[in-house]
Design a protein around this ligand. Structure first.
Ligand code: AMP
Length: 114
């Protein structure tokens, strides 16, 4: 855990969140500022600042994050019509430096994104 990290505090339950999923390695909760009717953040319990900070040894964890997105999409009723996004780095829009996948759905999603 990183003591200054917002999402580590959410994992620890020190900051409240609307959790929709949890297993041994992964937690998912609703985004506080949703950009779509369904907007869930999927994070590892272990602190990793961004995708750039992952290594070969994190492949299984990354797979579990993506697999959790699939399960959450099914649970949320958006299977077959959702987007998974990772913003890596401030220039790409990352504002919280604990790796997370956004699961967005429940409305029509345009492409390319902004
Ligand atoms: P990003 O900009 O890709 O780093 O995404 C960070 C996301 O975290 C944003 O969509 C924020 O709305 C969301 N967020 C920030 N604080 C909280 C919080 N306390 N609970 C839930 N979502 C949050």
């Amino acid at each position: 855990m990183s003591e200054e990290c917002l999402f580590c505090k959410i994992v620890a339950g020190e900051i409240p969140s609307d959790r929709v999923w949890e297993d041994d390695d992964v937690v998912a909760f609703r985004d506080i500022s949703p950009q779509a009717p369904v907007h869930v953040l999927v994070i590892p319990k272990r602190h990793l600042a961004s995708l750039d900070e992952t290594a070969e040894g994190d492949a299984q964890l990354l797979g579990r994050l993506l697999g959790s997105c699939r399960s959450i999409a099914e649970q949320e009723g958006i299977a077959g019509a959702y987007r998974v996004v990772n913003n890596c780095g401030a220039a790409a829009g990352q504002s919280v430096f604990h790796i997370h996948l956004h699961v967005l759905g429940g409305r029509s999603l345009g492409w390319p994104p902004g």
